[in-house]
Design a protein. Structure first.
Ligand SMILES: [Zn+2]
Ligand SMILES: [Zn+2]
Length: 462
């Protein structure tokens, strides 16, 4: 089984398909799950590459979340310790390890299913095929459209540098394009007849950069120019577009900040006599932590033996560690024994053993669509070490190590830990009730309000 799982992750590594185009990757996963006896529904929630695979019946329903999208500009030859794209540096690659993430979740589902089958137990195992994590918010649509409504517990993981339980929250985020339309004209001959869309983008940037003085310190706003209106200074730019990410710690806060940014965009349009189109792109909710599940996952880490590496594998890891200034690698924020870990970072090629996590409510700077799932159902997450100490996510080093024994071992380890957590929850249904009680208490009177408006369908803006 382990061999066919690693083969599947290698296949997805090679496909390297970006958000909403993961056709071969999702098909390969669906075929694998069908062969394992899962009932698979493809193309759910208006997403061609989303799927749901189910095995068994009745309660509890435990859902393992997958990801399988790659990144643009992350093409890299496997196992090479220098930046060397296979095709071009524009091409795609698995710089975030989602080929491992998806298959690790499948490994967990199969291991848990085997336990139910061998012991003739009732229970439903689900694998939710979640596309477009990097851009597209696949899970937010699945959560919004009710694909987790029957789930009791959701479990997932992310490849990383450390073996640890994930804790804390993540930022709510809205991504939106501001498209300005003006009037072109000869910039010297008849400038008075032109209305510049580029001026509108620039004035909007000025306004937003003054806004920074009056935001909360944990708020973030960043932008990229998608269309600057051409290359000719002697033409008044009639079309221009800028993309914004707007982040805050909670959904109500991000919606308020979003309104303030919209007002600035309207002001820029008014000042320049241009027309503004607002194109909603993505909405990601903050993550609701669950300490009960964190404890169950910590317990599972203690039950599953951590990977053991051969000298050859350790040497391989060291060769990648040497490609990155190690002083930039720090112990995870919520690790209990940071000093010990910092020492291991200096002396070892990769993390061995488990880093104990201290529960936290802190909001990390960054966003994930797992947040939306965590608003609908108690959700637990772990990380496992799949790469040498050194470069972090979205680096050529991660792509290069993506098919290595380190990556495979970390992926299978994650699968076993998640499966053991599921078995523990099945054996002790009171833990599921406790996790649900904590979930209810954390939400209080709040209900899940997906940041994506109900009329917005899964899409990518060109
Ligand atoms: Zn990523
Ligand atoms: Zn990722």
């Amino acid at each position: 089984m382990n061999q066919s799982l690693t083969y599947l992750s290698d296949q997805i590594w090679s496909y390297a398909e970006t958000g909403f185009t993961e056709v071969q990757s999702s098909r390969a996963m669906c075929e694998f799950l069908r062969n394992e006896g899962f009932e698979v529904t493809e193309q759910i929630a208006d997403m061609e590459t989303a799927y749901k695979a189910t095995w068994g019946t009745g309660k509890p329903v435990i859902t393992f979340l997958t990801e399988y999208d790659a990144l643009f500009g992350m093409n890299q030859t496997a196992d090479v310790t220098e930046y060397r794209p296979i095709t071009s540096n524009e091409a795609t690659g698995h710089g975030c390890g989602h080929h491992l993430l998806g298959v690790g979740a499948i490994a967990a589902a199969i291991e848990y299913r085997n336990y139910l089958k061998e012991n003739n137990l009732q229970g439903t195992v689900e694998v939710l095929g979640c596309p477009a994590e990097e851009a597209g918010s696949g899970k937010a649509y699945l959560a919004r459209d009710g694909y987790l409504n029957n789930t009791d517990i959701a479990l997932t993981w992310h490849p990383g540098l450390f073996n640890q339980v994930d804790t804390g929250s993540s930022q709510s985020c809205i991504s939106v394009n501001f498209r300005f339309h003006g009037v072109s004209s000869h910039a010297a001959g008849s400038p008075h007849l032109g209305r510049s869309a580029l001026d509108a983008c620039e004035l909007m940037s000025v306004g937003v950069n003054y806004l920074r003085e009056h935001m909360e310190s944990t708020d973030r706003v960043h932008y990229a120019y998608l269309n600057v209106g051409g290359k000719a200074p002697n033409v008044v730019q009639s079309e221009a577009e800028v993309k914004y990410f707007i982040r805050s710690t909670t959904n109500p806060k991000v919606l308020k900040l979003y309104d303030r940014v919209i007002n600035i965009a309207k002001g820029a349009a008014l000042m320049t006599e241009t027309k503004l189109d607002l194109l909603f792109d993505e909405g990601l909710s903050n993550t609701i932590p669950n300490y009960v599940l964190e404890d169950v996952l910590a317990d599972a880490f203690n039950k599953v033996p951590a990977p053991v590496y051969t000298q050859e594998e350790l040497d391989y890891a060291q060769s990648f560690k040497d490609t990155f200034p190690i002083e930039n690698v720090t112990a995870p924020q919520h690790a209990k024994n940071k000093t010990e870990l910092q020492h291991m970072i200096k002396t070892h090629p990769l993390h061995q053993g488990v880093a104990e996590t201290v529960h936290s409510e802190d909001c990390g700077m960054g966003s994930t669509d797992v947040g939306d799932v965590s608003w609908v159902v108690p959700t637990g997450q772990i990380n496992t070490a799949c790469y040498a100490f050194g470069a972090g996510a979205h680096s050529w080093q991660w792509v290069a190590q993506g098919k290595s024994a380190l990556a495979h071992k970390g992926m299978l380890y994650a699968g076993m830990v998640l499966a053991h957590a599921a078995i523990e929850l099945h054996t002790h249904p009171e833990l599921i009730e406790k996790a649900k009680a904590e979930f209810k208490q954390r939400l209080g009177s709040d209900t899940y309000q997906c940041l994506i408006p109900s009329d917005v369908k899964p899409h990518l803006i060109d």
